[in-house]
Design a protein around this ligand. Structure first.
Ligand SMILES: N[C@@H](CCC(=O)N[C@@H](CS)C(=O)NCC(=O)O)C(=O)O
Length: 335
């Protein structure tokens, strides 16, 4: 932005007519830009601007800035109108999910909505246009990030933070149906599911997010940051791998009874069991939100150089099973 110093405007000391249009020089009273050559005089721009002389180059820069500002204003008016329009005329039923085309946290919620068979529409915000900072959106998510959800059938109740949204959907489903396939009626199991869910939202997603940031988007290379966050993601996957491997061992011992003794003695490797590729889940004997919340991030982790198939085979099998579920496929497609 052009400023007083750039334009070398001299203040005559009269501050009563200060003006600033945001795109050009800040000018006060009778200011003069001194340029020996190629200068001309602009007058009558405002009562406060009596005489300012500018070089042609400076003048064309000002014109360019003014045009850019106008285009920006136009763009932001359009963007606000899309979001404003929605908020002024909200649906009366179903859910609206605010997401972004490349935001795993948004797809996480879409997967749960889809799994529960709930009717929802997705508004994919345009971050380049700053739609996440539109006042109406910030009024439902003070953190100005996706995802956020509106439950139109419940007085347009709005919820933000992916974990909180998921818990809302589970509790509502449980209350209305007396049961929820992705959750549990048992409070101990609920706590176990929550442990994994909180681990996902606080330990898994942010570490991958930081690793991606330092690998691709940071303003300058910081190899130590790339290494630290990638290592931390590997540590997180180590925790998951161990938990799933324990579940696998328990399952094989339970179902492969005739070979259990040789597995225990270590004379036959577990990989020879016909249950070695059988699906296992973090809590209980079915997929819950503990498992499904990891899917969209597992789907992008190769971009930070982690090969799940090679490095974390149980995590890989687990992810593959979840990725085959029709509702997960639909949600990841953005349907
Ligand atoms: N802890 C939040 C994280 C939300 C978040 O960071 N969302 C990202 C996309 S995955 C976002 O909206 N970024 C927009 C921005 O940084 O302006 C959650 O799980 O909902």
């Amino acid at each position: 932005m052009n400023g007083v110093t750039d334009m070398n405007i001299q203040n005559d000391g009269d501050s009563s007519n200060e003006m600033h249009d945001g795109s050009g020089p800040s000018v006060k009273g009778s200011n003069t830009v001194n340029n020996a050559q190629n200068s001309h005089t602009i007058s009558n721009l405002s009562a406060g601007l009596k005489s300012v002389t500018l070089s042609e180059q400076e003048q064309s820069q000002i014109n360019m800035n003014a045009i850019q500002q106008e285009l920006q204003n136009e763009g932001s008016a359009q963007q606000q109108s899309r979001i404003s329009q929605f908020f002024q005329n909200q649906p009366t039923e179903g859910y609206t999910l605010f997401s972004h085309r490349s935001a795993p946290n948004g797809f996480k919620v879409a997967i749960i909505l889809s799994e529960l068979g709930l009717p929802f529409n997705t508004i994919f915000l345009d971050f380049n246009k700053g739609e996440q900072r539109a006042p109406e959106f910030v009024s439902i998510n003070p953190n100005a990030r996706v995802p956020a959800l509106i439950d139109h059938a419940n007085d347009n109740a709005s919820i933000w933070e992916s974990g909180a949204i998921i818990l809302y959907l589970l509790n509502k489903h449980l209350k209305e149906n007396g049961d929820c396939p992705l959750w549990s009626n048992n409070i101990v199991e609920q706590a176990q599911i929550n442990s994994w869910l909180f681990f996902q939202t606080s330990g898994h997603a942010p570490m991958i997010g930081q690793a991606l940031h330092f690998r691709y988007f940071h303003s300058c290379p910081v190899p130590s940051a790339v290494e630290r966050y990638t290592d931390e993601v590997r540590r997180v996957y180590g925790v998951l791998e161990m938990a799933l491997a324990e579940r696998r061992e328990a399952l094989i011992m339970e179902l492969d009874v005739e070979n259990a003794a040789s597995y225990s003695a270590g004379t036959t490797p577990l990989s020879q069991s016909r249950y070695f590729d059988y699906p296992v889940w973090l809590v209980g004997d079915r997929a819950t939100v503990a498992d499904l919340s990891f899917v969209p991030w597992n789907n992008v982790v190769d971009r930070i150089g982690i090969n799940l198939k090679v490095e974390f085979p149980e995590v890989y099998k687990w992810t593959k099973y979840m990725m085959r579920r029709p509702s997960v496929i639909r949600a990841l497609r953005g349907d």
